[in-house]
Design a protein around this ligand. Structure first.
Ligand code: ADP
Ligand code: MG
Ligand code: ZN
Length: 474
């Protein structure tokens, strides 16, 4: 982002709810089944079929609202949003126009620039459409298993200003939805989908620029790239005086570019009307209290506990609480006796490299991970060897840290005399780097340390190596 412009973004996030059955019928709400096996007259939109709202949908929507500091509506209604699409058999989607279940909430996010509050405008319930499958030679096929899957749509205010903030917001939202068991929130299975609305304005201006809405963003990486590409496109247009149009754009992972899909339809085009088949929604104070009481410890509370109990930084605590799986893995490892700060460091640097926090799937037990960390902390192995052990166990979960230390000969060299001799030899053969270091070039020491590591197959105690080198080189 250049200094002269500011990117303004607001998100619409669609989340599939974790219910046993669909929103208006008794069909199973399941991902990955054989096409068109979970269908009935209601979710196929056959004439005369009557929808009945699944009560669990309301409970989960209220749960999500309370967990994101929203106000909860006491009375709601559901509306037909009319549009034509081959995977929308009825010709309309049942959604909510006015009176969303939840409104006026917020989330606090943590970025490299500190904490920031992002306001949530509204959160409403609706049904998902079916899915089109484009098959070479067969044309386009419709799978209605997804039709009638319960969704909540969460709409933020245009408070986001960078890709980093957008990702932090999505991560926090995902964390909350998985902690509360509202959703699996899996981006790769489509149970957590995000549209990014984006505009650019000159720094210091009040007024927003023309916005585009970006769809088909299937990963955090795509979101980041789409934001970068689109921001650059807007700045270029503003500078050259070209007029931007309000439209819906897609993002292609292949070209890494956004492309125009359609010009933006106005709300008026949907001809919202209240659905006459559905009863008004009434949410009682008792219901809200009951759900409030049943909320688990939320990510922010857990994060505060990590900073207090374990002395972790805000940033580290945020990373570790970003999903329930990560948090559980962290706590289990600490329970096995490892030092919390060491555990945090190694999860964030090493484990996240092997398995992203979004799809956290680790092939090492907390006990083995804790043992590896303790070996580092008590000097038996160095950090490089710990990383090697973790990688090996990811591939061969039956191995133990102990057996790998033996097989790979990873025992750290902590003996001053032995290390001293190796270092003498290295100094003798690294005349250039040694001279550079002696003439004041601090960095040259790295090359010498590298030589020592090479000679010891990475087993030298790094701190001891530095100490001895500095002594010897004066
Ligand atoms: P629609 O339903 O037509 O997409 P909404 O009013 O629900 O319209 O807004 C959708 C999203 O667009 C919201 O998240 C909002 O914060 C965001 N938004 C609105 N105006 C702008 C703008 N000028 N730049 C960026 N985002 C915007
Ligand atoms: Mg929209
Ligand atoms: Zn059905």
């Amino acid at each position: 982002m250049t200094n002269n412009y500011e990117t303004v973004m607001g998100l619409e996030v669609h989340v599939e709810l974790k219910t046993k059955t669909k929103i208006f019928c008794n069909c199973a709400n399941k991902f990955g089944d054989k096409p068109n096996t979970n269908t009935c007259p209601v979710c196929l939109g056959l004439p005369g079929a009557i929808p009945v709202l699944n009560e669990k949908v309301l409970d989960l929507a209220v749960t999500a609202g309370l967990a994101t500091n929203c106000e909860i509506s006491r009375i709601g209604k559901q509306d037909r949003k009319n549009y034509f699409y081959p995977d929308l058999a009825k010709g309309y989607q049942i959604s909510q126009d006015e009176n969303p279940i939840c409104h006026d909430g917020y989330l606090d996010i943590e970025t490299s620039r500190g904490k920031k509050r992002i306001r949530i405008n509204r959160m409403h319930i609706e049904e998902d459409a079916g899915k089109l499958i484009h098959e070479e030679g067969l044309g386009s096929l419709v799978d209605n298993n997804r039709a009638g899957t319960p969704l909540i749509e969460i709409v933020s205010e245009p408070d986001l200003r960078s890709a980093e903030e957008v990702l932090a917001y999505l991560q926090k939202l995902r964390a909350i939805l998985t902690y509360t068991d509202v959703s699996d929130a899996k981006m790769n299975e489509g149970s957590f989908r995000c549209d990014v609305n984006l505009s650019v304005r000159e720094a210091g201006k009040e007024e927003f620029g023309t916005r585009v809405e970006m769809k088909n963003l299937n990963s955090f990486q795509s979101i980041q790239r789409a934001i970068e590409y689109e921001t650059a496109r807007h700045i270029k247009a503003v500078e050259s005086g070209e007029e931007l149009i309000q439209e819906t754009r897609g993002y292609s992972q292949d070209t890494r570019k956004t492309y125009s899909m359609r010009s933006k339809e106005d709300a008026a085009d949907y001809r919202f009307i209240p659905d006459p088949d559905l009863m008004p929604i009434i949410i009682t104070d008792e219901k809200i209290e009951e759900i409030k009481e049943s909320l688990p410890e939320l990510p922010d509370a857990r994060k505060a506990r990590y900073t207090e109990e374990y002395g972790l930084s805000n940033y580290d605590a945020e990373q570790l609480t970003s999903s329930i799986e990560v948090a559980t893995f962290f706590e289990e490892t600490v329970k096995n006796g490892a030092n919390p700060k060491s555990v945090a460091n190694l999860i964030i640097t090493e484990i996240f490299r092997l398995s992203s926090p979004e799809d956290f799937d680790v092939n090492i037990s907390p006990a083995a991970f804790a043992e590896t960390i303790e070996f580092v902390d008590n000097g038996r192995i160095n950090l490089g060897s710990a990383k090697k052990i973790i990688e090996i166990i990811f591939e061969n979960p039956e191995k133990t840290p102990e057996s790998i230390i033996f097989e790979e000969d990873l025992e750290q060299i902590n003996d001053r005399t032995i290390l001293g001799k190796i270092i003498d030899d290295v100094i003798l053969h690294s005349k250039k780097a040694v001279d550079e270091y002696r003439s004041g070039k601090e960095k040259a020491l790295q090359a010498v340390i590298g030589q020592v590591m090479g000679k010891t197959k990475g087993k030298a105690n790094p701190q001891l190596t530095i100490d001895i080198l500095k002594e010897k080189l004066g």
